[in-house]
Design a protein around this ligand. Sequence first.
Ligand SMILES: O=C(O)CCC(=O)C(=O)O
Ligand SMILES: [Fe+2]
Length: 254
Amino acid sequence: MHNRPDFLKNISPHHGEVLHNVLSKETQEALATKLDAMPNGKTWYADIYQKAIYGPMVFRDEELNIIETIEKLLPDYRILTDLYLEKTPDDQGFPFHTDFDSIGFMEHPEDMLTVWIPLTPVKEEGSGQLSIVMEEGAVRLSLIREANQLHSLVRVVDSSVPEHMPFQITQQEYDYLERTKVTPSVDAGDALLFCNAFFHKSEDVHQGKRSAYIMRLVPKDAKFSKTRLLGLKKLGQNLPVVNELLKKHYPEAL
Ligand SMILES: O=C(O)CCC(=O)C(=O)O
Ligand SMILES: [Fe+2]
């Protein structure tokens, strides 16, 4: 695996790590059976994936023991929500992006950690790998974009905040991300850990079907922004998580 540059440790201690054999064969099979039985979601993800279930919440299923498994590996974090994505050669998947709907409410978006577990091996080109960026310039660029989006979200709640020019990525910046991206080889049941506030990209599937079970984790002492939770609520984005967090941290705002 690629060495993680020093600067990353201070802003996202696990970004780019691969953990092996996180889910046993039996757990992978039980998980796949449950996800297969669930209907396709109706979110925007379902447009660009063969099947996309936003927040199936299967990590709560006691039979799978996922909460305990993650607690042992990452004791400072808790699982906030999950996502299931199936991808075929017909599906483009996400180009370079950050997951704003999952992090817009975090006081420190770079605190959120994704645990991306393929249920089919993704070890070579054409298998639907996930690319991430580790280069300092590319990571900082994601954070400029994040700051820009967070500012816009504050404006959703407070229209007296002046508008700022939208973030736009130039061709040179895109080429830089493409040139510096890292594409780890990950086996079924292994986990790629990455910060979803940084740019990442879904690579192509050439044949068959790639499936991935994805969890969003937050530090147990994470701070959430009331203004931006209310902004996301107003926009109708990620409502189950947003409502749960508002109820827990800012009940007076409801
Ligand atoms: O698995 C994929 O195709 C994309 C995953 C992704 O973008 C994410 O987990 O945020
Ligand atoms: Fe993403």
